[in-house]
Design a protein around this ligand. Structure first.
Ligand code: ATP
Length: 582
């Protein structure tokens, strides 16, 4: 496949404001990929491999500017000037390529495979001389490209290719192109246990549904964690789960996947990033105390006071969250304990279809509590009074409440799913509006008066998993400190869009649109029916959506991606819960 075909489709995807058009362009692009399919799906994501493989380009914007200056015969100052005007290095590179008017050095068009290979070389170049090596590869790509090609190549290198297609959108398109709807669930499950879109694409292209069916948890490959639904009361939970329930403490820490295979141990975050280096204490303790050939466990790591055993708020170790933060000595001073609540694999055997009660038994047989590893405290009971006491005790012990787990034989481990096999229950749920929400910023309204130069309000959206659209839900203008408020224009400067992005569904038109990327935790007073917002449109009332009244910023959730935001279905559930309290 020629790279110019890819650039052409990328441009079409970028300019459309309609979601259906976006998926149809994506479909035609995938259709024409042939043997290049795997490389293509990574490039559509602006990547060379799944995130957990940790492949990074390792070249800064400054070095790209330098390379552009060298290759185009301009000064760095001139290139920077152009960059300031465009606000985007991709467009800058394209303009410079256009201006030098020299035909690409090679007479044939660049192929996708050539670009992918060169980008991989660029990323893999390391050690002494690697800076020059990376710059040379980039300059070579520049000279061999047409303007539109170098635009997208540059954006990919800078991590700024924003086409608005999440993995789930690509998966749907792959199913339409190479498989049948009846396999969609199998394919989804496989992806949730092995979130490598390239692997799934290759298998689908070969029509190898058998191999896809057999994909399960694999030690050292992160899986998408199972999530919980919410209910309003313990009695509702008992009823929903047919009185077959175990209650576990809901720890407020960092979700932690620990994998071991042979003598390798890896830790992954909920966002599927490898964070092993942030947990040297946990890793060395695991190595010392346990001897499994292979294992995958799921749990929550919580900071605590070793003198008293008291649990601390997770903010104290938030630096351990993502790789980008790095770790200093100080962050290691606060010890962590991993509360284990699930097991997915043991010594080569998958346990995801083994019922929860048996999985717990396996955990109990294999783990004795120690300083670094403990099993989640739990109660199996159907006695209201006993359960309520357990709930109160969980709060007293520094937890957020409980997670109820279905104890029937149906209670499998469902990767990546928010379902009714796990139901969370927090103290807040007794209030009218039960919970805070994590919403995505899709636009902003200009500020006036004291807020001149900043934003007066942000337009916030929920994520509709079914349509894969962001649906407007509230206008947020409260809860910002001045410091946060005045830092917003810079935070969003690179996310500005000159039209409504195709995956945004909004009737309200803000002064400026943003590419949906930043997630904020919001607390509101009430969810109401509203004709203005598109969240759950016509789901509760015809020609109306749902809106959040009196929203207030709690915090910016830099650990969540836009697709991890509160879903429209969760908002419908919250609305129903609120109605029940009234
Ligand atoms: P929140 O922002 O409230 O944590 P969330 O979407 O991150 O929301 P929830 O679905 O609310 O996660 O709650 C489930 C989370 O609770 C899990 O992701 C996990 O990190 C944490 N947790 C703590 N203890 C347990 C437990 N015993 N079983 C399952 N999850 C637990």
């Amino acid at each position: 496949m020629q790279f110019s075909e890819v650039s052409k489709k990328f441009m079409e995807m970028e300019t459309t404001t309609k979601r259906l058009e976006l998926t149809s362009i994506l479909g035609s692009l995938l259709d024409g990929a042939g043997d290049d399919l795997k490389e293509l799906v990574y490039l559509i994501q602006g990547k060379l491999a799944p995130d957990y493989e940790g492949i990074e380009f390792g070249i800064s914007g400054k070095l790209i500017v330098k390379s552009l200056a060298n290759a185009s015969g301009q000064t760095e100052e001139e290139v920077n000037k152009l960059f300031s005007k465009n606000g985007d290095l991709g467009t800058t590179a394209a303009e410079l390529r256009e201006n030098i008017r020299q035909a690409p050095l090679v007479s044939e068009d660049l192929t996708l495979h050539y670009v992918y290979t060169k980008l991989l070389d660029l990323a893999n170049s390391s050690g002494p001389g690697s800076v020059k090596g990376k710059m040379d590869i980039y300059s070579d790509l520049f000279m061999n490209s047409k303007p539109d090609d170098i635009k997208y190549i540059t954006r990919i290198i800078m991590g700024k290719l924003r086409l608005g297609v999440a993995d789930s959108t690509i998966l749907d398109s792959l199913v339409s192109a190479f498989s049948e709807k009846k396999y969609a669930e199998i394919i989804d499950t496989a992806y949730n246990f092995h979130p490598d879109i390239g692997l799934i694409a290759t298998l689908l292209e070969k029509r190898d549904i058998k191999t896809i069916e057999n994909i399960g948890p694999e030690p050292l490959v992160p899986f998408k964690v199972m999530l919980a639904e919410r209910l309003k009361s313990i009695d509702d939970i008992r009823e929903k789960m047919n009185h077959m329930v175990a209650y576990e403490y809901k720890y407020d820490g960092l979700r932690t996947e620990l994998h071991k295979k042979g003598d390798k141990i890896k830790i992954f975050s909920r966002g599927l990033e490898e964070t092993t280096d942030n947990f040297p204490d946990i890793v060395s303790n695991f190595k010392k105390n346990y001897n499994f050939d292979s294992i995958i466990i799921d749990g929550e790591s919580v900071p605590y006071n070793p003198e008293t055993g008291e649990l601390f708020p997770f903010q104290m170790v938030s630096k351990r969250r993502g790789r980008k933060y790095g770790l200093d000595e100080k962050s290691l001073e606060i010890p962590l304990v991993m509360f284990i609540f699930d097991i997915l694999e043991l010594n080569g055997k998958s346990l995801v279809n083994t019922p929860y009660q048996e999985r717990r038994k396996i955990l109990e047989e294999n783990f004795k509590d120690n300083e670094y590893f403990r099993l989640a405290t739990r109660l199996v009971s159907d006695d209201s009074e006993e359960i309520n006491k357990f709930f109160e005790k969980s709060i007293e012990d520094g937890c957020e409440g409980v997670v109820a787990k279905n104890t029937s034989s149906e209670s499998v481990y469902r990767a990546g799913a928010r379902g009714w096999l796990w139901i969370k229950f927090k103290r807040d749920y007794q209030k009218e509006l039960a919970d805070s929400m994590d919403l995505v910023v899709i636009g902003a309204f200009n500020g006036h008066g004291r807020r001149a130069g900043a934003y007066g309000a942000l337009l916030m959206a929920s994520y509709n998993e079914e349509t894969q659209e962001y649906e407007s839900f509230t206008k947020l203008g409260t809860g910002f400190s001045d410091e946060v408020l005045f830092s917003l224009p810079k935070m969003f400067s690179e996310l500005k869009e000159d039209h409504k992005p195709a995956m945004v569904n909004s009737k309200m038109i803000p002064d400026v649109w943003f590419y949906p990327q930043i997630v904020m935790e919001i607390q509101g007073a009430e969810i109401t029916v509203s004709p203005i917002h598109t969240c759950a449109y016509s789901k509760i009332e015809k020609d109306s959506g749902l809106a959040l009244r009196f929203p207030r910023l709690v915090k910016i959730r830099d650990d969540k991606k836009a697709e991890d935001a509160t879903t429209t279905n969760e908002i419908i559930e919250l609305y129903k819960m609120q109605k029940k309290t009234k």
